[in-house]
Design a protein around this ligand. Structure first.
Ligand SMILES: [Zn+2]
Ligand SMILES: [Zn+2]
Length: 102
């Protein structure tokens, strides 16, 4: 787990690493097969897992599904925000051009 800027949420959120995200994904898929009166109940195992890991009280299961470190690029050398994708060539936050292989 690592706190990173999220382009969609427009705030710094706890992002999951690959192993953590694999588990979250399983719990997310289970949520669809579970009967519950509402989203919060059906995805409770996922939300509990995320909160236990991060201390962040997330209530939207879908948000967790884009909070994976590997879905983003490395942090920008200038402003520290992660590139929007692993292959992005510049940073939209500060306009910094990414040097190759960094
Ligand atoms: Zn987000
Ligand atoms: Zn930047």
């Amino acid at each position: 787990m690592k706190e990173l800027w999220c382009w969609r949420c427009k705030m710094t959120v706890p992002m999951l690493d690959k192993d953590e995200f694999e588990i979250a994904k399983k719990l997310y898929n289970q949520g669809f097969k579970t009967n519950g009166i509402n989203i919060k109940e059906r995805f409770k195992p996922l939300l509990d897992y995320y909160t236990g890991l991060t201390g962040f009280d997330e209530t939207v299961p879908n948000a967790i599904m884009h909070h994976a470190i590997h879905q983003y690029g490395p942090p920008c050398g200038k402003c520290g925000k992660p590139y929007r994708t692993p292959k992005a060539s510049y940073c939209p936050a500060c306009g910094n051009k990414r040097k190759e292989n960094t």
